[in-house]
Write a protein that binds this ligand. Structure first.
Ligand SMILES: [Zn+2]
Length: 427
């Protein structure tokens, strides 16, 4: 499925060797996302199942290690890459006449599945945008929640849940972070935490531009609760096994600090009566190097810039500029047309080109949009040239962009403009 994997994203997509640890009794099976496997005398506990397409690969790997029966499956949260790769396991259970395993999830996961069914086409569309660079754009329904393996044990609120199997205790906790339905696992006998997407090999995915609200402060709290366990091993939702007490502590502490930082600094500025634009640009200025340079906070999937949005949005309505012009705005095309009426589009193009030559790419984009949106003739020489320059700028921005999500948004737009340009030149 992965056609082109941007640097730093190989771990996120599970393109690395799986790990076996704790005397061969625990395994991280690499996938999109990871599965934590804990072997006990009473059978297997699986923490997460990958995206549906990776289910057979997961099944083959597990069956290459052990033939024990799967007794529990735990969903860290209801995202498509954590609970849909179940098919081969169900087939095996039917073939062998085994009992169905218990499936454990948080109550909010059920609401999530309902939402996915209601918004199925929308989610398919937006995932094709977010993952455009890995060749999903033209596939039929990349993900679908119409067939699910539903939970049999449902955790409610913040009430922990625990069970024993074989010689092991399994403690499950709910915390909010990337989602409102996350649970994480602590196995004291194995000194192991399975974190789901509360820990990934990137700056946390908080503030994803396409997705619903996420929870930076709760995320920090989740990290601190995990730290108290003093785990030796941490299986993240994406990325390689984190091993060693000090290493585990360091990634949890740094993530907690980064989440506290973005949250508290945005809140401070909201209390100072600042609007979003000012907060955003101030926040860019003060981002500490210790986060910027931390291996586990690299902006390869989510990014700090998105996290600023997430915090503001958590506490603020959509009116974020403080300018009443923006309360009931005119159509942006109409506004641009008025600009063109006073200054011809060629002038904007000339100015955009000089901004581009000065390396002011973002400002150049704003100028180009005046032509693209405001021109009376979408095939005028200036419009076609503006579209060409916009593609060039978006491509340059894609190359510089470290966040996979941001790069996909920008690159996907460049592809769409290219298609539009081809259409315009046809006639
Ligand atoms: Zn995930």
């Amino acid at each position: 499925m992965v056609r082109k994997t941007p640097s730093g994203m190989r771990d996120w997509f599970g393109l690395f060797q799986s790990s076996t640890f704790e005397n061969g009794t625990c395994h991280l099976i690499a996938g999109m996302g990871n599965t934590g496997v804990i072997e006990t005398e009473g059978g297997l506990v699986l923490f997460d199942l990958p995206i549906k397409q990776f289910g057979p690969r997961l099944f083959r790997e597990i069956r290459g290690i052990t033939s024990k029966q799967v007794k529990y499956i735990i969903y860290s949260h209801g995202h498509f890459d954590h609970c849909f790769g179940y098919d081969p396991f169900i087939t095996e259970i039917k073939e062998k006449g085994w009992e169905m395993p218990q499936i454990i999830a948080h109550e909010n996961l059920l609401k999530r599945f309902e939402k996915y069914r209601m918004l199925d086409k929308y989610h398919d569309w937006l995932n094709k945008q977010q993952f455009a660079s890995v060749g999903v754009r033209r596939q039929e329904m990349v993900v679908s929640a119409h067939e699910t393996l539903d939970p049999t044990i449902i955790m409610k609120g913040y009430e922990p849940y625990s069970f024993t199997l074989g010689n092991c205790t399994f403690e499950l906790y709910h915390d909010k972070g990337e989602t409102d339905d996350s649970i994480w696992l602590w196995v004291p006998e194995k000194k192991l935490i399975c974190a789901g997407d509360l820990m990934v090999s990137s700056y946390p995915n908080v503030g994803n531009p396409y997705k619903v609200q996420r929870y930076p402060k709760d995320w920090a709290i989740a990290m601190e609760r995990m730290m108290k366990k003093e785990a030796e091993y941490l299986v993240p939702g994406h990325g390689q096994l984190i091993e060693g007490k000090e290493k585990v502590k360091d990634v949890l502490l740094s993530t907690a600090e980064a989440m506290h930082f973005v949250h508290d600094e945005v809140v401070k500025r909201m209390n100072q009566g600042k609007w979003f634009e000012q907060i955003y640009h101030e926040m860019l200025e003060i981002y500490p190097d210790k986060f910027k340079n931390h291996h586990h906070l690299r902006e390869i999937y989510g990014c700090y810039r998105f996290a600023i949005h997430a915090t503001y949005r958590l506490y603020h309505g959509w009116y974020d500029s403080g300018n009443p012009t923006d309360l009931f705005p005119a159509k942006s095309n109409d506004i641009a047309r008025e600009f063109i009426r006073i200054v011809p589009e060629e002038k904007y193009l000339e100015h955009a080109t000089s901004l581009y030559n000065e390396g002011k790419l973002q400002l150049a984009l704003h100028m180009l949009d005046v032509i693209i949106k405001g021109s009376e003739n979408e095939r005028s020489a200036a419009t076609l040239e503006a579209l060409n320059l916009k593609i060039r700028i978006l491509k340059e921005k894609t190359k510089e962009e470290t966040s996979f999500i941001a790069a996909n948004i920008i690159d996907n737009a460049a592809t769409q403009i290219k298609e539009k340009l081809r259409e315009l030149k046809k006639i």
